[in-house]
Design a protein around this ligand. Structure first.
Ligand SMILES: [Zn+2]
Length: 610
């Protein structure tokens, strides 16, 4: 799929947690608008009572609701949260939150019987966070085998326009085996018995996906996405122990053994704030008129919250190492935040450290999770891959996409208008690839010694190429990065010019860049920024002595007299291109010859009408 498809990094939402992330992806609306901040929520402003997110929590239309209005049929398997099963225009198998022995896990209800006759007892999730790793491996494979059996059957037999499934096994695999696999993990042991569990399961999944690909037709687009990425868990920070230490949380009696905060004897009259554990910390304030035994005045809430945020931001690691902490207020983050939102959301060390909510550790830092073994945390960066059997690879380098872009992209692929209130966008590059539209704009990146003739050729080309923008390196120096001709200065100037060219090309403006760009690294960087598909490295070649003879602005002379420094060709080197897309010999051909040479190439590449 990667060989001929297009792929990039997919950035998750805040927080990058399974529930809400899949629903953010499917609705292109943020957790604040969905009112979903995790799996568990507070019941109103209760200190102890909570409720769990399920399919009924989601009020915003999801991709399949929009497709239903267009009479498109869907099949959904395991998309969180779809338990209890909801009515869709097609078929649905509920997700990992389904209780273990639940018989009613499909829409329509009869489907569950078919599934059970196909695979026996269907498995929604594995029992993870246990120490018996061997048992987990076995149940992971059993669950995934069954799920793919069901998917294969439905793919082949059902009538669908949109088919989606989520395999939760990958997430469980990461949590249970990351420390055995990632050599950077603080508790990694070389040559351990489980070292290959992760790569082997991935191979298994890869093979399973391959089997599915053999069933689908040539018109089908396959989107492979993650709701979040993963990273090594460095440890857990006991948020409530920290709040106790700072005086925000006051207990009547410190517990003798580790227990959940709900079971602790808390002196609410003296308590300002408390927190929840998880891959991120949720912090709640004890506010008068809101919480039953509220302590701080509504009018003081913002001030107290800001103060606590400041303190949280400066929390360090167990050995005084700097933490990259992040703290958000839901209303600031989402614009609007409905439902049971926390007062503050905190990532310890950019999520490397999870939050432990339990109390009784007599410690601030734990090397392991407090609620059962866990090796990995959730991460913002995940994967996006789009594939179609008949499509040739797109040469443009895809920019990062966001989880919010997935729903609009699905609708764009299916030629259905994207609702205006979706927060994501359709990437031009993805859309052009899918719909076979070609962006004909190009960047003619002309590199060569000073006075080799780059700008002269570019000016002449403007007479023939409509709308050709000229980015002249010397001219842009005045605006972007004046007078720093050091290696770093040149690198930076190159990057700025390349980015400018990229913006123009993205909007279909052809560009001629006239820039010495003396180092191979500069030109490679430019190609990377602009994208291979539109980039033409053009070597304007002329021997040094011929350039020096021309010496349009008397610069060579000044360089020879050391009046200017770092002059390419004299004090500084010029690295010739190894594999330029075209070479123009300005010492051997006339200006008209050079220009017609470039035009011939552009026409042969269909970048210009003949
Ligand atoms: Zn997870």
């Amino acid at each position: 799929m990667m060989e001929t498809g297009i792929f990039t990094t997919l950035e998750s939402c805040h927080p990058p947690i399974t529930v809400p992330a899949w629903m953010v992806m499917m609705s292109s609306k943020n957790p604040g608008r969905l009112g979903v901040y995790g799996f568990r929520h507070r019941k109103g402003f209760s200190y102890t009572e909570g409720w769990l997110t399920n399919s009924q929590t989601i009020r915003e239309p999801r991709v399949w609701d929009i497709l239903a209005k267009e009479n498109k049929k869907v099949c959904l398997v395991g998309v969180p949260p779809t338990y209890p099963p909801i009515q869709v225009n097609g078929k649905l198998v509920s997700c990992f939150i389904t209780p273990k022995d639940q018989e009613n896990f499909t829409y329509p209800t009869e489907l569950s019987k078919e599934i059970q006759s196909l695979v026996g007892k269907y498995i929604f999730d594995v029992k993870f966070r246990t120490d018996n790793r061997d048992e987990i491996i076995e149940s992971l494979y059993e669950m995934t085998e069954k799920r793919f059996e069901v998917i294969k059957q439905m793919l082949a037999k059902e009538d669908w326009d949109y088919f989606m499934f989520v395999e939760i096994g990958v997430d469980r695999l990461h949590h249970m085996f990351w420390k055995y696999y990632d050599q950077e993990h603080p508790r990694y042991e070389p040559n351990n018995k489980y070292e290959k569990v992760i790569p082997e399961y991935y191979e298994f999944i890869d093979k399973k996906i391959g089997e599915l690909l053999s069933i689908i037709d040539n018109d089908t687009y396959v989107l492979l996405v993650s709701d979040h990425g993963t990273a090594s868990m460095k440890g857990a920070l006991c948020i409530n122990e920290w709040l106790i230490k700072e005086g925000y949380l006051v207990l009547k009696k410190y517990p003798e053994s580790v227990m959940e905060i709900e079971k602790c004897d808390i002196d609410w009259e003296k308590t300002t704030a408390w927190g929840w554990g998880g891959y991120y910390a949720r912090i709640f304030f004890n506010v008068k008129g809101r919480e039953a035994q509220g302590r701080i005045q509504q009018s003081e809430f913002q001030k107290v919250r800001d103060e606590l945020k400041q303190k949280i931001m400066s929390i360090q690691g167990p050995n005084g190492e700097k933490f990259d902490n992040k703290a958000f207020y839901p209303d600031d983050l989402y614009g609007e935040a409905i439902g049971s939102k926390p007062d503050m959301m905190v990532y310890f060390d950019n999520l490397y450290w999870r939050s432990a909510g339990t109390i009784g550790h007599n410690a601030l830092y734990l090397s392991e999770n407090d609620t059962g073994p866990d090796d990995s945390v959730h991460w913002m960066d995940g994967v996006f891959l789009l594939y179609n059997k008949t499509k040739a690879k797109c040469t443009t380098k895809l920019e990062r996409l966001s989880i919010y872009d997935v729903a609009p992209t699905i609708l764009d692929i299916m030629d259905i208008p994207v609702p205006k209130d979706m927060e994501g966008k359709v990437s031009d590059d993805v859309s052009n690839w899918v719909h076979g539209r070609k962006n004909n704009a190009f960047v003619l990146w002309m590199t060569g010694l000073p006075c080799s003739g780059k700008t002269t050729i570019a000016r002449k080309l403007q007479e023939y190429v409509p709308n050709l923008a000229l980015l002249d390196g010397d001219e842009l120096r005045e605006w972007l990065s004046p007078k720093d001709f050091s290696r770093e200065g040149r690198d930076e100037h190159n990057r700025k010019v390349a980015y400018l060219a990229k913006l123009l090309v993205k909007h279909n403006v052809p560009v001629a860049v006239s820039l010495i760009s003396p180092f191979r690294e500069n030109r490679d960087a430019a190609r990377n920024i602009i994208g291979n598909g539109n980039f033409l490295e053009t070597y304007v070649k002329c021997p040094l002595d011929a350039c020096e003879t021309r010496d349009v602005k008397g610069m060579y002379k000044k360089a020879r007299n050391n009046e200017i420094k770092n002059f390419t060709g004299i004090q500084d080197p010029y690295e010739e291109p190894l594999k330029p897309d075209l070479v123009i010999h300005t010492d051997k051909e006339s200006l008209d010859d050079s220009v017609s040479h470039v035009l011939t190439i552009l026409k042969s590449m269909n970048l210009m009408k003949s």
